[in-house]
Design a protein around this ligand. Structure first.
Ligand SMILES: [Zn+2]
Length: 192
């Protein structure tokens, strides 16, 4: 079983003091915060492709790397990273072939129905209460547009200082290649 495997490994990891090589403080050495996708292909690839090591950065992840609300938990994490953890630069890193690109809320809801987790009645009641599951589950049409929308949301946030660069990058989940979408330094310079 997975849980047992993890606990077994963990006992050995701690016993052998393998943690020593990862020692760091909570303050990111590279003074940066990253927002990215939870995609399993990026677990190791993303930090390796960016040369990030333990202690270098704050990394916030969710499905699609989407900041869906200016006062949601992702934005709270960014604000905390900036003020409390000395992050001076923000990196929004989407990726190509993202599952949240042209995601299929209808299919997801159908799976929940098929599993018997919810009924049509429950979905109707949620709709009645103003919760649109289709809208809520939808990701984005295009990763570059999504990165830009995230950047606009961060840059226009009342609690984010105007001199904090917000960069946009799209990573290839196969090769780790980064495409520059927005150079945050240029935006800061232009708005000065
Ligand atoms: Zn993704």
């Amino acid at each position: 079983m997975l849980l047992q495997e993890i606990l077994e490994h963990n006992g050995k990891f701690v016993n052998d003091e393998e943690f020593v090589q990862y020692e760091a403080t909570k303050f990111p050495k590279k003074r940066m915060v990253v927002v990215s996708c939870m995609d399993a292909r990026l677990v190791e690839l993303l930090p390796k492709a960016l040369d990030l090591h333990n202690g270098d950065a704050k990394i916030i992840k969710n499905a699609g790397g989407i900041i869906s609300h200016p006062f949601g938990s992702i934005m709270r994490s960014i604000v905390t990273a900036v003020y409390e953890l000395n992050a001076d630069e923000i990196f929004i890193i989407g990726h190509h072939k993202c599952g949240m690109s042209q995601s299929n809320p209808k299919g997801t809801i159908q799976k929940a129905l098929d599993r018997g987790v919810v009924s049509q009645d429950v979905i109707k009641n949620l709709e009645y209460a103003g919760i649109d599951l289709h809208k809520w589950l939808f990701g984005f049409d295009n990763v570059v547009d999504s990165i830009k929308a995230n950047i606009d949301l961060v840059r226009n946030h009342p609690l984010i200082p105007k001199d904090v660069p917000v960069h946009g990058l799209a990573i290839d989940p196969g090769t780790g290649k980064l495409d520059l979408v927005v150079d945050g330094y240029q935006v800061v310079a232009v708005s000065k």
